[in-house]
Design a protein around this ligand. Structure first.
Ligand SMILES: C[S@@+](CC[C@H](N)C(=O)[O-])C[C@H]1O[C@@H](n2cnc3c(N)ncnc32)[C@H](O)[C@@H]1O
Length: 228
C-alpha cells in the first residue's frame, strides 16, 4: 500500500537559542541571499527611516549579521557614532574584520545585553523580534529600552502578521519554519495586540508605524518606538 506522506510538524518548543545554532552554520553569502529573498537587499527599509538616522548622533544595530545595515549607514555618509551587536561568532569576527576600525562591534547576546553606554537610535531590522519565541520578547525589549537614551528612538521591523514569510516550510498559527538550507529558522509573527501589551508592561509608546512593501512584494511594518 502506498504510504501517504505525512507532514512532520516540528516541535513548537523552541527558543532563540535554536535559531542561533542555525545562524552559526549559515555562511555570510547565504545570509545575503536570504536578505534578497526577503526583499530587503535593496535597503528599502532603511531608506524609509533616513530622517531618523540623520537626526541621531549615535546608532546601535542589533543582530548586524552580514553588515547590510552597517554598509548602508557608512555608504550614506552617516556622521554619528555607530555600534553593532551580534552574537554569532562567525558573523562577529567578520564584522570586526570589516568594520572594526570605524565602529564598535560587541559580540553579545541581546538577551544578556550589557553595553557601556546608551544610544539615540536603536535599529532592530529585518524581523529581529521574529527570531525570538514569545516568552523571550519582554526580556529582549526590556534590554533594548534600557540601552536607549531617555529621548531615544527604537525602530524594529515586523512582517505584517497576515503575511507568510518567504521560504516558509511549515506554519502553525503565528509560528513559521523557514528553510534556509543550513537548518530551519523558527519565527514568530507578533500581533498589534501583543505589542500593545508589551508597551503597557515596559512603558513604551509606539509613535508611528510605517507600512511598506519589500521588493519581494511582502507587506512589512516598521515600528517607531520611544520610552513613555
Ligand atoms: C535576519 S538577520 C538580520 C541581519 C541584519 N540586522 C539585517 O537587517 O540585515 C538576524 C541576525 O540577528 C542575529 N541574532 C539573532 N539572535 C540574536 C541574539 N539573541 N543576540 C544577538 N544577535 C542575534 C543573528 O545572528 C543574525 O545575524
Amino acid at each position: 500500500m502506498k504510504n501517504n506522506a505525512i507532514l512532520q510538524i516540528p516541535s513548537l518548543n523552541w527558543s532563540n537559542k535554536d535559531n542561533l545554532l542555525v545562524y552559526e552554520k549559515t555562511p555570510i553569502f547565504k545570509l545575503k541571499e536570504c536578505a534578497a529573498i526577503s526583499g530587503l537587499d535593496s535597503c528599502c527599509d532603511l531608506r524609509l527611516i533616513h530622517q531618523y538616522i540623520q537626526r541621531s548622533s549615535s546608532i546601535l544595530e542589533i543582530g548586524a549579521g552580514a553588515g547590510r545595515v552597517l554598509d548602508y549607514l557608512i555608504n550614506s555618509n552617516y556622521q554619528g557614532e555607530i555600534s553593532a551587536v551580534e552574537c554569532c561568532q562567525n558573523y562577529c569576527q567578520q564584522l570586526l574584520k570589516r568594520f572594526g576600525q570605524k565602529i564598535s562591534v560587541y559580540c553579545q547576546n541581546l538577551l544578556r545585553l550589557s553595553l557601556p553606554k546608551q544610544f539615540d537610535l536603536i535599529l532592530w531590522m529585518w524581523s529581529g523580534i521574529a527570531d525570538f519565541a514569545p516568552a523571550e520578547h519582554l526580556l529582549a525589549l526590556k534590554n533594548l529600552l534600557s540601552t536607549l537614551t531617555d529621548h531615544g528612538i527604537l525602530i524594529f521591523d515586523t512582517l505584517d502578521p497576515t503575511v507568510t514569510p518567504a521560504a516558509t516550510k511549515y506554519n502553525q498559527g503565528q509560528e513559521y519554519y523557514i528553510d534556509i538550507k543550513y537548518g530551519i529558522i523558527r519565527t514568530y509573527s507578533v500581533t498589534k495586540q501583543e505589542l500593545d501589551q508589551y508597551a503597557k508592561k515596559l512603558h513604551f509608546i509606539e509613535k508611528k508605524q510605517l507600512h511598506y512593501t519589500a521588493t519581494n512584494g511582502k507587506e512589512r511594518i516598521l515600528h517607531i518606538v520611544k520610552k513613555a
